[in-house]
Design a protein around this ligand. Sequence first.
Ligand code: NAP
Length: 327
Amino acid sequence: MVKARKYIYHSHFDGLPKETDLKLVEEELPPLQDGEFLTEAVFLSVDPYMRSRASGVDLGSTYIGSQVAKVIESRNPKHPKGEHLVGRFGWRSHTICDSKSDFWVVPDLEDLPLSYSLGVLGMPGNTAYFGFLEICQPKPGQTVVVTGAGGAVGSIVCQIARIKGCTVIAIAGSEEKIKWLSNDLKFEHVLSYKDDDFGAKLEQVTPEGVDCYFDNVGGEVTSVVLTRMNEFGRIAVCGAVSGYNNDFSVKASPIQYLMIRKQLRMEGFNVYRWQALWFEGIAQNKKWLEEGKLQYRETLTEGFANMVQAFINMLSGRNVGKAVVKA
Ligand SMILES: NC(=O)c1ccc[n+]([C@@H]2O[C@H](COP(=O)([O-])OP(=O)(O)OC[C@H]3O[C@@H](n4cnc5c(N)ncnc54)[C@H](OP(=O)(O)O)[C@@H]3O)[C@@H](O)[C@H]2O)c1
């Protein structure tokens, strides 16, 4: 008999989540039936959507999330023992699956770490790859602004923009992210949205305006960036993390006015729009990693018991790159 550990949604988040909002419990799993297989979490992801989508989660149910899991027992010949997959199984240590469960099999990563499947070679990497290239349509020589630039999605967008020959303006909050973007990733224009003179600094580094904006944060920062857009600019509306802890009640911004005046095209997207091309994104990002054109960083928290703290840290900006938990 296998005992799974899982986090259940215990009390509604109010602002930044608290340790006591999620509760770690045990669940006895039944023996496998024909066609089923048992997986064990190896790495678990903590992502901003886990906060923004909390209102759709019932109290008492397993909390939403993805993990890299290993098949440890199988009565399904298509998914043998030892196979690794990325599954949307929630915050749990062990899961009984069948072929219809919500997962994809990890492709051959050669020497790259398995945890990359939750980041640059998984959902966040594909969000950057498809969201930026398809919606922003960047051209060499153009100016691209990226918010959330030191995180899982933003750090990849910045580097793809550079690969495509664009001038990149990276915007982040924590000092560690700013240092990583400037000193290690060698971006020339790295701004902190927390600076009092953020607007003036943005104006200084965008003398020819902004052609593409990849927006991870929304709110007031976005209102400032919009004032720098060129006519017919393209905006990928990827996320609005600045509003997630206060249920999106951010200050009103002059978005519509600027959209009309500058004839901007702004498009929100969900990465699963490109589900049919999923492995194309992974293959291209893997190639860029191997060629040294993409650099990748993770903030790893050890232990399933520390998941809630890892989640809170990520929402508070204490991750650099992708936040991952090692089970
Ligand atoms: N559309 C899609 O399909 C899709 C898919 C994946 C992700 N997303 C979105 O993409 C965005 C980035 O996700 P990620 O996984 O890469 O997360 P991440 O950037 O690795 O982590 C979240 C970061 O958000 C920043 N942040 C927190 N509060 C903020 C605020 N008030 N203003 C500005 N920044 C704030 C913090 O960094 P600082 O240190 O910079 O403050 C924090 O580290 C999120 O909005 C997410 O919802 C969308």
